[in-house]
Design a protein around this ligand. Structure first.
Ligand code: YNC
Ligand code: MG
Length: 398
């Protein structure tokens, strides 16, 4: 029943679901010389392909506006992601980004659809893929259900293939053939009263608003000794620590030093801040831990008193405590709880309303203790043109 996805090089449901492990690798092998150099035809004359130049202020504004009105909403259509221009630069103009991978469709002069990709190195167990990450697929609400999404996906595939890249990673809230891994969103209220007023957080039947507010209050001061903001001079140490930490997982990006800098270091005064990163420096000057979170607002669709929610999304973190062999799990749990308690305090200080995290990496060690609750949303991880055994979240590598 997946008319489009049944034609694509992705694992299909009901296929190869043996209890034994499959051999991991590409599903289809092609040559750049066989990839069409002309765009995928568009069905209607008034539609035309455009490459969006995000260094151009007005083109960036058009992408921001399309996403602001038409991108991802929750199931009840109460909230919609509101990506800022700074956030879009942070996610789409990463090291090695290509203008040709920021693809739009115009009807007349109006931008009506968008899809994007960036180059990424992805490690799946023992294999590292020089791949791409596809994101921000969006079709204007008035053009939904017209099979434009498959056309956008085929066009970005063509543009990626022209660079000799054959794999992609992507995530989504909907079930498609076939998830490699599935995570759940967890939310930790920081401004419970506001989350209650906008309909995000219900008041449990046996509780009262005043009790909920107290339950989610956090101290004003952090408690980890040596905790401070990331500075440029820490980047080599943070990069090395992150690379070592990510080796613990079956599915992870392989970040270069440049990508680490791009994703983690906020250059003060340059533009609106989207990433907050903190390191722990011990007495000898060694960086032993770091954590980071990003800012993504959500518009409140039928807004009254409040227009948007300021949400922090836990991004990457690492700690030496998770790298000792044999792994001391209770010690890791204690350390991560201390770090995340401080992350909540800092997010509160910067006026975030809620702190979100997924059920991945080592997050299961602190979510409950830090008063995160499971949300409705799931996030499925997919690989294009790569067959792999399922990846399970949580602390267990295997
Ligand atoms: C989706 N999110 O199943 P079948 S996530 C992939 N990802 O195909 P139509 C999707 N496919 O079932 P509409 C999808 N959503 O017949 C729908 N589909 O095989 C499939 N929403 O197309 C769907 N953004 O044009 C069906 O649907 C076919 O008009 C139907 O458009 C869909 O960015 C959409 O949620 C999502 O803007 C654009 O609803 C629209 O409804 C919309 O008739 C709100 O399409 C925003 C939203 C999605 C966020 C994301 C990741 C996208 C990954 C795309 C796949 C990339 C593959 C790798 C390519 C590179 C390969 C290399 C190398
Ligand atoms: Mg459509």
């Amino acid at each position: 029943s997946y008319k489009f996805w049944a034609t694509q090089p992705v694992p299909q449901f009901g296929e190869e679901e043996k209890p034994t492990l499959i051999e991991e690798g590409p599903l289809r092998v092609q040559d750049v010389k066989d990839i069409p150099t002309e765009p995928i035809p568009l069905a209607l004359d008034q539609f035309r392909w455009v490459t969006m130049d995000l260094t151009n202020e007005s083109e960036m504004q058009e992408v921001e506006k399309l996403l602001c009105g038409h991108y991802v909403e929750d199931d009840e259509a109460m909230f919609r992601f509101k990506y800022s221009q700074s956030f879009l630069r942070w996610s789409l103009m990463t090291p090695g980004w290509r203008k040709e991978w920021h693809v739009g469709i115009r009807v007349g002069e109006t931008l009506c659809a968008f899809i994007s990709a960036i180059p990424v190195e992805i490690r799946v167990r023992g294999n590292t893929l020089h791949g791409s990450e596809v994101n921000f697929l969006c079709v204007h609400k008035k053009l939904r259900g017209k099979r434009l999404a498959p056309v956008l996906i085929k066009e970005i595939t063509r543009r990626i293939n022209l660079e000799g890249i054959w794999q992609a990673i992507y995530t989504g809230g909907i079930v498609l053939p076939k998830p490699l891994s599935t995570c759940r969103y967890f939310h930790r209220a920081l401004n419970w009263q506001k989350l209650y007023e906008v309909g995000f957080s219900p008041c449990p039947p046996n509780s009262k608003p005043s009790f909920q507010v107290r339950k989610y209050s956090v101290p004003t001061e952090t408690s980890t000794r040596g905790l401070r903001e990331l500075e440029a001079k820490d980047l080599d140490a943070v990069h090395a620590l992150l690379v070592r930490y990510l080796k613990r997982f079956d599915l992870a990006p392989v970040f270069s030093r440049e990508e680490t800098e791009h994703y983690l270091l906020y250059k003060k005064g340059t533009e609106e801040q989207v990433i907050w990163t903190y390191v722990v420096e011990d007495n000898s000057g060694k960086i032993t831990d770091f954590f980071s979170f990003s800012l993504l607002e959500s518009s409140i669709i039928r807004s009254t008193k409040h227009k948007s929610i300021r949400a922090a999304y836990l991004f990457y973190y690492a700690t030496e405590t998770g790298l000792v062999t044999p792994l001391d799990r209770p010690a890791l749990k204690t350390r991560l709880n201390a770090l995340m308690a401080d992350a909540l305090i800092l997010a509160k200080r910067y006026d975030f309303d809620v702190f979100n995290a997924l059920s991945l990496m080592d997050n299961s060690l602190f979510l409950e203790q830090q008063k995160f609750g499971p949300g409705d949303g799931q996030l499925h991880y997919y690989l294009f043109n790569y067959k792999a055994n399922p990846v399970h979240g949580g602390v267990d590598k295997k």
